[in-house]
Design a binder for this molecule. Structure first.
Ligand code: ADP
Ligand code: MG
Length: 590
């Protein structure tokens, strides 16, 4: 089985500001008896170095695919992750380029194991410290470390505990400083282990004396390299476990803690997604952790998010990966093999809505939503049940809104606390009605005037129909897999792996179908980004006002349509978009 897939380290760190990779831990001895196959596996790799992974529920055959930067399977050792994802960023800190590595995932998914490691198998933290120390040998550079945790939006020093929290303050240059945080010099690995292990013990028993506090705070180990001035630093972060309150049944303080954890993880995901989308405004100020990390996320900095998964937990994996994948702004999709007939966007929408509600501390709404979304509850898609009737999208500098008839309604200020497209937000004041039937006003559709409209879009999309050709088999990077089919589309080739453990012919076929869907969507977005007003008007659902509005959006930002959710800005509902794409796909075979 392929255990690791992705680009070589040299290209790994440079492809985008924040890489998002996946690690699946092995089955534990206690899990071995029930273990069959892990719920997540590698499905394919792309020429760009990205990978497609599939998460599959063995009981229901529900499955989802996601595109990420790299995949590390159960047999991967930490040192492989270090070599492929972390070692490339270390030389940069000697040149003043900061870097950050996160381990993200639910409790029990292997975050601490990955970052800290064990006595015999060092994790990314000791591996990074020893590499930095080795690079300092024979130079004037010195190394210091700090170790702190962020718990309930407060920061505590773990190396030199203080009675009070550490204040995060802006200095005169606008950089964030942690006032009073200890930086302890480290000259050898022995010294490091001595200092670090005391901090690790403190983390375990801090605050409440409860012994699982460690999984409810973000722990940051910073390694700083200096000569006479500070050069750069590397932050290695064991994030608090993300929690799905549906499953953990949290109450009281636990629910509050959980809301804070999810709020800050959501804020982190917003920052990463804004960085990867190269947006002009990055919402660092939405959480303590992102404020603190502002100098090490974005700009020239490098970052890697390692999403850790428990191979036994399908639901948990979906929760983790949908939030991690959201950070990359990729198109994710449900397989058509899903026997449950789950709405296409449900997982992502659910994760977004849940995170938004949690970030607003709306515990009651979440509980109601959970009831609403439970398998026994009504199957009304969330996306239909409590949508705003208008949508807004961020464009650099300002936000505009348009109603479903294509009328501009007003210019609104961007709400920095909630970066979800407004179409995904609950209607103000109706959260109490989640379980009641809500009438959704259908969007007004501009009817097809003639078949020219369809053929125009078909023409724009035509490469898809003709480029499906069997390819010669060739080996991919790890020598474990070979190509089967290549769909040549203008957005790049997609390869289906033939010998991936657990990937059935149906899986491969579905992945290929999903890839085509992705291409179709991309082509449609490209069309909206470049077509003339007249061409736009020939599309179903786009009248004169919408076409003009699209041109106006393009004046503000050259290619405003980057993902499906951006279509909310022109007031197209997901049903309208699906109709357009379906119509086009039908036309291919005419
Ligand atoms: P988290 O920090 O995400 O809550 P842990 O790192 O504590 O999770 O891992 C949960 C359990 O799984 C621990 O018993 C740990 O030793 C084990 N584990 C995690 N990752 C691995 C791995 N790659 N190999 C072996 N055991 C692992
Ligand atoms: Mg842990």
């Amino acid at each position: 089985m392929a255990t690791a897939a992705g680009p070589d380290p040299a290209s790994a760190a440079s492809s985008q500001p924040v890489r998002v990779v996946l690690r699946v831990r092995p089955f534990l001895p206690s899990e071995a008896s029930s273990a069959a196959a892990p719920c997540v596996g590698l499905l394919g790799s792309h020429n760009s170095g990205e990978v497609t992974v599939q998460i599959k529920d063995k009981y229901t055959s529900r499955n989802e695919c996601y595109k990420l930067d790299s995949f590390f399977g159960q047999e991967t050792r930490v040192c492989q992750i270090f070599d492929q994802e972390v070692s490339a960023v270390i030389p940069g800190i000697f040149d003043g380029t900061n870097a950050t590595v996160f381990a993200y995932g639910a409790t029990g998914s292997g975050k601490t194991y990955t970052m800290q490691g064990t006595e015999h198998l060092p994790g990314l933290i000791p591996l990074a410290v020893s590499t930095v120390l080795a690079l300092c040998t024979g130079t004037w550079c010195s190394v210091e470390i700090s170790y702190y945790e962020v718990y309930m939006e407060r920061c505590y020093d773990l190396l030199e505990p203080k009675a009070r929290e550490i204040m995060a303050l802006d200095d005169k240059d606008g950089n964030m400083q942690l006032k009073g945080l200890a930086w302890v010099p480290v000259r050898s690995m022995e010294e490091f282990h001595e200092i670090y292990s005391i901090g690790v013990q403190r983390r375990k028993v801090a605050h409440t004396g409860l012994n699982d506090v460690s999984s409810r705070s973000h722990a940051v180990l910073s390694i700083r390299v200096s000569t006479d001035v500070v050069k750069g630093k590397l932050n290695l972060i064991d994030l608090a476990g993300n929690e799905d309150n549906r499953r953990t049944c949290n109450e009281g303080i636990r629910l509050q803690e959980s809301a804070k954890i999810n709020q800050s993880l959501f804020a982190l995901s917003n920052v990463i997604s804004a960085l990867n989308m190269k947006e002009t405004r990055i919402p660092y100020r939405e959480s303590k952790l992102t404020r603190i990390l502002q100098d090490s996320l974005g700009g020239n900095s490098r970052a890697v998010m390692i999403a850790c998964l428990n191979p036994m937990e399908y639901q948990e994996a979906v929760h983790t990966v949908s939030l991690a994948a959201r950070s990359r702004h990729i198109v994710n999709y449900m397989s058509s093999a899903s026997k449950q007939g789950t709405p296409k966007d449900k997982v992502d929408m659910e994760a977004k809505l849940r995170a938004w509600l949690e970030s607003k501390g709306k515990a009651k709404s979440i509980q109601r939503m959970d009831g609403f979304l439970s398998p026994n509850a009504s199957k009304t898609p969330l996306s239909m049940s409590h949508m705003k009737k208008s949508a807004s999208v961020r464009v650099p500098g300002r936000v505009k809104a348009i109603d479903q008839d294509g009328n501009k309604i007003k210019k609104v200020l961007f709400d920095s606390a909630a970066r979800i497209p407004a179409e995904n937000l609950p209607i103000v004041g109706t959260q109490d009605q989640v379980n009641t039937t809500k009438k959704v006003v259908p969007p007004s559709l501009t009817p097809f005037k003639d078949d020219k409209a369809g053929s125009s879009l078909r023409k724009a999309l035509s490469p898809i129909s003709s480029n499906m050709a069997p390819q010669n088999k060739q080996p991919v990077d790890d020598g474990n897999c070979s190509f089967m089919l290549e769909a040549k589309t203008p957005m790049g080739s997609y390869h289906i792996l033939e010998k991936v453990s657990g990937a059935t012919p149906l899986d491969k076929f579905n992945a290929l179908g999903s890839s085509l869907k992705e291409s179709l969507i991309q082509q449609y977005l490209d069309f909206l980004n470049v077509a003339s007003k007249e061409e736009l008007q020939q599309l179903k659902g786009i009248g004169e006002r919408r076409a003009e509005y699209i041109l106006e959006l393009r004046e503000d930002s050259p290619r405003p349509f980057k993902s499906l959710s951006d279509l909310g800005s022109i007031g197209l509902s997901s049903k309208q978009i699906q109709d357009i794409l379906r119509k086009t796909a039908t036309g291919i075979f005419k």
